[in-house]
Design a protein around this ligand. Structure first.
Ligand SMILES: C[S@@+](CC[C@H](N)C(=O)[O-])C[C@H]1O[C@@H](n2cnc3c(N)ncnc32)[C@H](O)[C@@H]1O
Length: 281
């Protein structure tokens, strides 16, 4: 049955080209031929939800109501894969090296700013908040410690802001982290956990397209830019690295995803660990 329905939608080269250009202009995401199947799957869902006849009708809708449709379209097209403590070595580096250093260096200003710049459904910034809490809990009531978490996708941000996850999402975490930082649901919510209020209060979620102007003033001590620049072309990546550099405090850290690198921009940073880069003081 579903095959028959699927076959009813044809994604022509002309429409695919239009969709690729649209998403590139809206979010900087480069969709090549290899992503055609993914685009087809995700957008046929939208076409059904919108009760449209076909891809022609959907592309016309994007053309005629670009602003209204843009959010919906972007939310459908982004890849939001993430998990708690993904790439654990970044969090270990913070605990073992960076946070003890910042506790010492920031004892006068008592100000710490961290940014998860493609936060998806919140697992990354909450892992960052738990790691921060573990190192700074004894000073938190006197220090000004904040974590900004941003993403282009309004759906994932809504999930992130709630801080509610199915239990299987935290299964890999230590018992002590599970017990200290997650509250078990009861009754109908027995299969869910909620991030504790003290952790949630450290994080502020905001919608931000990395390609647009960044309204915050910074500077940040640590920026996570993980598993997002892979979707961008080289020129966009280099432009973003320059902006991350400006947003970092001297000595601040930029964390990239496992398959990402700074390319030409590497020469402006010191490589201090696996995909961990320090802006010189
Ligand atoms: C694969 S997830 C990575 C999540 C997390 N950083 C991690 O490593 O687990 C990529 C995220 O980048 C976001 N994204 C894509 N293009 C973006 C843009 N132009 N501005 C901001 N966020 C964007 C997507 O919405 C998605 O949530």
């Amino acid at each position: 049955m579903s095959e028959v329905r699927e076959a009813a939608y044809q994604l022509s080269s002309k429409n695919f080209k239009f969709i690729c250009e649209y998403v590139y202009n809206a979010a900087g995401i480069v969709l090549g031929e290899a992503k055609r199947e993914m685009v087809y799957r995700r957008l046929t869902r939208v076409i059904r939800e919108r009760k449209l006849a076909d891809f022609d009708a959907y592309c016309d809708l994007l053309r005629s109501q670009p602003e209204q449709e843009k959010t919906y379209f972007i939310n459908a097209i982004t890849t939001n894969l993430t998990s708690f403590y993904r790439e654990q070595h970044h969090f270990d580096y913070l605990t073992e090296h960076e946070f003890p250093k910042l506790l010492d260096e920031r004892r006068d200003t008592k100000r710490i700013r961290l940014w998860s710049s493609a936060s998806s459904t919140g697992e990354e910034p909450y892992s960052l908040a738990i790691t921060t809490h573990q190192s700074f809990s004894h000073v938190l009531n006197r220090w000004d410690v904040k974590i900004l978490a941003t993403d282009i996708d309004s759906n994932v941000l809504a999930t992130a802001d709630q801080g509610v996850y199915t239990t299987n999402r935290i299964e890999g975490l230590t018992q002590s982290i599970q017990q200290r930082y997650f509250k078990k649901g009861t009754g109908a919510n027995a299969s869910k956990v909620k991030v504790t209020d003290d952790i949630r209060s450290l994080v502020t979620f905001k919608q931000l397209n990395l390609l647009h102007e960044w309204p915050m003033s910074g500077p940040f001590d640590v920026i996570f830019c993980r598993n997002v620049i892979i979707y961008f072309d080289k020129a966009t990546q280099q432009d973003l690295f320059a902006r991350y550099y400006d947003m970092l405090a001297p000595g601040g850290l930029l964390m990239l995803g496992h398959s990402e690198n700074l390319g030409e921009y590497q020469r402006y940073f010191e490589n201090v660990g696996r995909t961990i880069f320090r802006k010189p003081v």
